[in-house]
Ligand binder design. Sequence first.
Ligand code: 13P
Ligand code: SF4
Length: 311
Amino acid sequence: ALSGTDLLEEINRLRKEKNAIILAHYYQTSDIQDIADFVGDSLELSRKAAETDAEVIVFCGVKFMADTAKILSPEKIVVLPDMDAGCSLEDSCPPDKFRAFREAHPDHIALTYINCSTEVKALSDVIVTSSSAETILSQIPEDQKIIFGPDRHLGGYLSRKFGREMLLWPGVCIVHEAFSETELLKLKEQYPGAPIAAHPECPPTIIDHADYVGSTSGILQFAKTFEGDTLIVATEPHIIHQMEKALPEKNFIGAPGADGNCSCNICPYMALNTMEKLYACLRDLEPRIEIEEGLRLKAKQSLDRMLEMAS
Ligand code: 13P
Ligand code: SF4
């Protein structure tokens, strides 16, 4: 097996040879973020995947993100280092149950978080990401009834912020659900004055203490502009790598779980991707994302609507 510099050199040789672009989410380990051509949040990664003229997309993120890349760029080979890199939100929303839920509420439209399967996207009207949800929701007429799934915390946050009722699917992200309010308050006492930036997948017990709420890119932007020297970050801690690179003189602390540290908030799905698996999937062009064409076209409609409404 290759390691260290050899691995880096081989990845660099292969990406040129195969005309591949490496896309990575902020929750990937720092070695993967550093070797990627582009690191971004879900919306930015979707846009990159739709626009690139590379022949191969190596998607370092979770499966629904790689699926989205394939839906938007079907002519490209899309590989994911580990096909088991799922998402608890996607798992919480089986397509047959979601279809039944929709059918029980025929006067509602389905506004759906991108963290879901291709089948659920195909059953939805408009997809949103955490960075585009507010812009998109504000364009939907006040009297239009809405089903929001699968993340009940993002849905609840939007509902409170817009003073607008929505029917919420009961899914959660196991990572953001693991932050502890008690431990967060202890940390705040230790660092009085340190602001808290939180992802909207966090439960209200965490969001209520946040000075900023937004997507991974939004949180990163906030980290680059906040005043003070310490920031508490309530999202998956691998994003802190980008903060430390941009602002090495500042102190970034991952919000704690019940055990008092942030390691229990590492996304176990994202963590399945490693440099070795990245190298292997670039070399073999496997495992590949494949989506049946009829299903892809249906899912693409709700994603295209997101891309139009988000801009
Ligand atoms: P972002 O769109 O904010 O990057 O979020 C993706 C995600 O999976 C958060 O858990
Ligand atoms: Fe899914 Fe949560 Fe992991 Fe994001 S952090 S990929 S929502 S399980």
